[in-house]
Design a protein around this ligand. Structure first.
Ligand SMILES: *[C@@H]1O[C@H](CO)[C@@H](O)[C@H](O)[C@H]1NC(C)=O
Ligand SMILES: *[C@@H]1O[C@H](CO)[C@@H](O)[C@H](O)[C@H]1NC(C)=O
Ligand SMILES: *[C@@H]1O[C@H](CO)[C@@H](O)[C@H](O)[C@H]1NC(C)=O
Length: 537
């Protein structure tokens, strides 16, 4: 057990008892997308319950606590609108109780949550209606796969706590004119992860951003996603969330040009501001009208991520797809993808009506996207540690070249031309990498970060990612992500392959990270040819 570093008050004891009872909680799922009041079931698709399967319910009525959509979200703040007075004294005249808009392990969208001294405070008169905090948060410490590290990441009451409406009034002031609660207006993302998983293109863009956007859009479905005003990285410095090649900064700015990022020292300002006065009895708190809390360790406590695929975004994507709040073809991701394409200068092919010219649409069209050509992009890792046997690399390139040559020789009118790109991503400008990904039909490479570009591929009727592993080896990173975006994944073990339905268990054999990975070129060329022809569906 983790140590509780303070003596237990009566409230704490009650809280622990409540914790023990949380096997019997029900959730209050509030549709963020409902501007209207109580219209039972109106936000549901196919009459599937919006009830979270991870949260056993003993109360079937989830529509008891409907709230209006953003941005009328700050409770009854003093005077409506942004008057000068309101901007300075942005304190609350009432203390709205906390509710949950959407929740899966590791991803929780709160309405009206509070923070003091670094502790997220759920203000409620019915604590039992909230999920166990270990499915929402953690200590945010560096993660190692050891029992000690796992135990150290279990949340304590310093990470998340409950405050009753009576306690809240007592702490922060009974009277609106002197109450010490300040609203951090707008919509906030709180990424509770250590830099370990932030300063990496895959984990940041293909996992954190993807998971965030899935819950953000799924929670409000079928309304368009509301704006996001800020992202807070409480455990990271400003360098901590940026990756070496610079994708994370590029991606965040391309997709969310107005978003403000706060890091550890900014968060600490808020922490200190609310803790300093406590000893002299002056409690203060911050109020977040809407806050999406993302926590990697909490996601790993979920069944999908923890037991099946180790993908934190899977808790959100797969659950929301199962509840018909996201489509399983990944169309919900298009608004982000198109924003990044536009930023990179991806151009339309003439008439201005190609699939991605809908980039500014609030609801991009579903269905397949089309490209002008069949484009095969082989991301060579021959300058990195994990790479192919040099001869196999050369033979692979030769197999691909002869495939493309043969196909282009066979072309009849109306058929698409084929194109092969053999590239070292690290030698290309980011813009060029994005532009290439945006026209790639088949993305091919040895298991590695470069394959993260799959999140920027168009989803055509034959799109696929081909990932070469050391024979016997497998990890879900790109496999799950490819499928989540409605595309086909093939894993290659030299002269064999596997795909959905035949994927092996996760395994990192000797040689997985090495420089002698075999790949039989004709096998890879054969997969590509069959896939483009409409086989291997
Ligand atoms: C603030 O939180 C820390 C733990 O994060 C705790 O050690 C400290 O005692 C708290 N301060 C007050 C005044 O409660
Ligand atoms: C890979 O497959 C080819 C073709 O079957 C075979 O000749 C070669 O020996 C294999 N390489 C390894 C390392 O198994
Ligand atoms: C994919 O769509 C194109 C038209 O956009 C069509 O020509 C092609 O036959 C389709 N391929 C498969 C395998 O369905």
């Amino acid at each position: 057990m983790f140590p509780l570093t303070r003596t237990l008050s009566r409230r704490d004891v009650v809280l622990i008892l409540i914790g023990a009872l949380t096997m019997h909680f029900f959730t209050v799922v509030v549709p963020l997308g409902s501007r209207f009041s109580v219209v039972p079931g109106s936000h549901q698709l196919n009459d599937k319950p919006t009830v979270n399967k991870h949260l056993p319910q003993d109360n079937g009525d989830i529509n008891t606590l409907l709230v209006p959509i953003l941005p009328e979200s700050t409770g009854e703040s003093e005077g409506q609108g942004t008057t000068f007075r309101n901007m300075i004294f942005s304190s609350l005249s009432s203390l709205p109780e906390t509710s949950i808009v959407e929740h899966v392990p590791g991803w929780t969208l709160f309405r009206d949550i509070y923070m003091a001294n670094g502790t997220l405070l759920i203000l409620t008169s019915s604590p039992a209606s909230f999920p166990d905090s270990r499915y929402m948060t953690s200590t945010g410490l560096q993660a190692e796969n050891t029992p000690e590290s796992i135990a150290l990441r279990e949340p304590t009451l310093w990470n998340m706590d409950i405050v009753s409406p009576e306690d809240a009034l007592q702490r922060w002031g009974n009277h609106p004119s002197t109450r010490r609660v300040w609203s951090v207006e707008g919509n906030t993302l709180l990424f509770n992860d250590p830099p370990q998983f932030l300063n990496h293109y895959y984990h940041f863009c293909a996992e954190l951003m993807l998971g965030m956007w899935s819950i953000w859009t799924g929670a409000v479905y079928p309304e368009p996603p509301p704006p996001i005003h800020r992202a807070i990285f409480p455990h990271s410095s400003s360098e901590g969330w940026r990756d070496g090649p610079g994708f994370n900064g590029y991606f965040l700015r391309a997709a969310f040009p107005s978003l403000t990022a706060e890091v550890d020292i900014d968060w600490n300002d808020r922490v200190v501001a609310t803790s300093k006065g406590i000893e002299s009895g002056v409690h203060r708190a911050w109020h977040f009208p809407y806050l999406l809390l993302a926590d990697r360790s909490a996601a790993f406590r979920g069944k999908l991520c923890g037991l099946q695929n180790q993908r934190t975004a899977s808790e959100s994507v797969d659950d929301l797809v199962a509840r018909s709040r996201l489509d399983k073809r990944g169309s919900w991701w298009r608004s982000i993808k198109y924003a990044v394409w536009r930023f990179a200068g991806v151009t339309t092919d003439g008439d201005g009506d190609s699939f991605w010219s809908h980039a500014l649409d609030e609801n991009p069209p579903a269905g397949f996207e089309e490209t002008e050509k069949i484009v095969i992009t082989y991301l060579s890792r021959q300058s990195s540690r994990r790479r192919l046997i040099p001869k196999d690399h050369e033979d692979l390139v030769e197999s691909l070249e002869s495939l493309v040559q043969r196909k282009n020789a066979e072309i009849t009118t109306g058929e698409k031309e084929w194109e092969l790109n053999v590239v070292k991503a690290e030698e290309m400008a980011i813009d060029d990498q994005v532009r290439l990904a945006a026209r790639t039909t088949i993305l091919l490479g040895v298991h590695g970060n470069g394959l993260s570009h799959l999140i920027l591929m168009p989803r055509t009727n034959v799109s696929a990612v081909i990932e070469i592993f050391y024979p016997g080896g497998f990890a879900h990173d790109y496999e799950w992500t490819t499928r989540a975006l409605g595309m086909k994944h093939f894993g290659v073990w030299n002269d064999t392959y596997f795909t959905e339905g035949t994927t092996p268990p996760v395994y990192y054999p000797q040689g997985f990270q090495g420089s002698s990975i075999p790949a039989y070129g004709p096998n890879v060329a054969d997969i590509i040819e069959k896939r483009i022809a409409g086989g291997l569906q």
